[in-house]
Design a protein around this ligand. Sequence first.
Ligand SMILES: [Zn+2]
Length: 267
Amino acid sequence: MLPSRYFWELTQPEIAAQFKKNPLVILPAGSVEQHGPHLPAGTDIFAANVIAHAVAERMDGLVIPGGPLGVTPMHMPFEGTITLTPDTYQRVVTETCVSTARHGAKYLLILNWHEGNISSLAIAAEQLHRDHGMTVLTVQACYVAAEMFGNEFGGLTHGGEIEALAVLAYRPDLVHLDRIDYSSDHSHGRKWDKLRRTRAYQPVLRDIRTIAPTGWYGAPEHATVEKAKRMLDGIAGAIAKEAGEIFRLLDEAEGGTAEIKHLKKVS
Ligand SMILES: [Zn+2]
């Protein structure tokens, strides 16, 4: 039994043995950005971390440290936000994962909780597969949460109940339900979120204030630790099941990483 699923809490021999036993690494992807007066700036990366850890327990993988930051220029009008450029972020993700691949990691699950990272992660994922032979699956965990729990918890909104629950699952002391204040108008926020989350039409928004003039909207006041545990368990169980199945299909379709290495030798 491993003492932890977090790569950086383990010793070298423990990591080496785990890579031999099951070469699966999970990269949490999030951001540091303002989340109103009641949630910490690290909400997105905390959400990604706690779900990644729960998935790692279910899939026997290791959670690797990819850094807390993401691509979030939209939130820069507010203090509490630190953003990377897409180019920097892609390189951080790629170089982090390549390091583990050199030591034997073969399967990479990128677990993302921040929409601003999606396009950069897609480029990094493609590169990690084509140039470095990893079998890669990216999961937008925030959308899994929205699909599974959106009806019950008021949809996926910036600073709303789903995000409060994700942080409660990680560290309850970081959630300040007594400080909930100045939510932006719900129907206005929903209209814009719906507009930017369709598959066919993808508008580029400059500023979060277009969606929420105060920086956030939602109704997190009924969030509880009990609901948080239930949501975490549901999301992690669903991701572990689906990811396991997709990795199996990818192995079937591509012959897995071993075959890719073999093809490289031949050419
Ligand atoms: Zn967030």
